[in-house]
Design a protein around this ligand. Structure first.
Ligand code: NAP
Ligand code: NAG
Ligand code: NAG
Length: 328
């Protein structure tokens, strides 16, 4: 009799002990996970603070650390133009490479007048074939290049599914986003390695850190830059060359101007000048960065979710940003 009364009680006790054990286990797992999130957030914040501190109190003298000249590709507008101006402010002579000779001359004159440095210009269309590179190499002969900014990049004015993209655009993406950065580095890096001095800045994109539907090819070309730079950084470690990968989020330039929402700007979509002031402060301090603290926080937030969720969300985000975009 006593047994039949006792046994459900015993069972209940045993069960609740098991539940308690699991509860403890889950609590521990919860703490570990929360700890991991907190740690990554702390690392992100400390990194950003370090950059701000360094640039405020021990700014790096870019000329003596890297060299006298900076080469910037795609330097007549947006991020590239802002880089050229900001590097000139730091005392570097600027070699500007873009497509349009008039725009080049105008930007070069402005820079000489405002910052009193030397400039050179070269009009090159990076969407053309391989023959453009010997010409670039010959113009760069004898110039001691300290900093190369691989900035030129292409993105069709509207996002669309891969199958709707025209062939011309596909080749342009590959030539401008991949070939230009690769070939420019091929021209300039060997001398830097010999001198054991120099910096290469590759402008990738957050779009290269997650596979993004609707801008699939752009996203993949930027992933190429991201991987290439990281591998090269290890190769060049002993020659003390800085190889930096910048992965900006949205920056308010012509590149994104067809989206009326993005064009409005805001704290998370800075103008090129503001973006580049932040980004240059990271040169020589961190090797892979968004270059802008809000973008860094956005990336941290995205890192909390699995990749497929980010990709899915981004697909609908593109559709929202570029009104006529629909998945097929
Ligand atoms: N804006 C963003 O939200 C954002 C975000 C992440 C990454 N990025 C990356 O940042 C880089 C710069 O973008 P941006 O927003 O500053 O672009 P942008 O404002 O459109 O400027 C592009 C620059 O490149 C030049 N250029 C364009 N096509 C060229 C070609 N075929 N040959 C030579 N020069 C050419 C343009 O000058 P000409 O017209 O005179 O040739 C212009 O100076 C790109 O690599 C882009 O992918 C931008
Ligand atoms: C963007 O894509 C459309 C459709 O393929 C094309 O007609 C247009 O010329 C492209 N724009 C640029 C700047 O290449
Ligand atoms: C990025 O930086 C390295 C450093 O020179 C360069 O060789 C590479 O070609 C650049 N661009 C790419 C394609 O990653």
């Amino acid at each position: 009799m006593a047994l039949s009364c006792d046994s459900p009680l015993l069972l209940w006790k045993q069960m609740s002990r098991t539940v308690m054990m699991y509860e403890e286990l889950f609590t521990i797992v919860g703490y570990v996970y929360a700890g991991k999130i907190l740690l990554s957030l702390t690392i992100t914040i400390v990194r950003e603070l370090r950059v701000i501190f360094r640039s405020r109190f021990w700014p790096i003298d870019l000329v003596s650390r890297y060299g006298k000249w900076a080469v910037v590709t795609g330097s007549t507008d947006g991020i590239g133009k802002a880089y050229a101006q900001e590097l000139a402010r730091r005392g570097l002579n600027i070699f500007l490479i873009s497509r349009n000779p008039e725009k080049l001359k105008k930007v070069a004159d402005e820079i000489e007048l405002e910052f009193g440095v030397e400039t050179k210009i070269l009009d090159v269309d990076f969407s053309l074939s391989r023959d453009i590179y010997p010409r670039i190499a010959s113009h760069l002969e004898g110039i001691e290049v300290g900093i190369l900014v691989n900035n030129v990049g292409f993105l069709n004015e509207t996002a669309m599914p891969f199958s709707r993209m025209c062939e011309d655009d596909l080749w342009k993406l590959i030539k401008i986003n991949i070939a230009a950065a690769t070939m420019m580095s091929k021209i300039i890096l060997p001398a830097m390695i010999k001198e054991k001095k120099g910096a290469v800045v590759n402008i990738s994109s957050v779009a290269g850190m997650h596979p993004l539907p609707m801008i699939a090819v752009y996203s993949a070309t930027k992933a190429y830059l991201y991987y290439f730079s990281e591998a090269l950084r290890r190769e060049c470690r002993s020659s003390k060359i800085t190889i930096q990968t910048l992965t900006p989020g949205y920056v308010n330039t012509n590149l994104i101007s067809t989206s009326s929402y993005l064009r409005r700007g805001g704290l998370s979509i800075p103008r090129a000048g503001k973006y580049v002031r932040h980004a240059i402060a990271t040169l020589g301090v961190v090797d892979t960065t968004c270059g802008y603290w809000i973008h860094e926080l956005q990336l941290w937030f995205a890192s909390l979710f699995p990749r497929y969720i980010i990709s899915e969300v981004c697909m609908y985000l593109q559709a929202f940003l570029y009104k006529d975009t629909k998945p097929e």
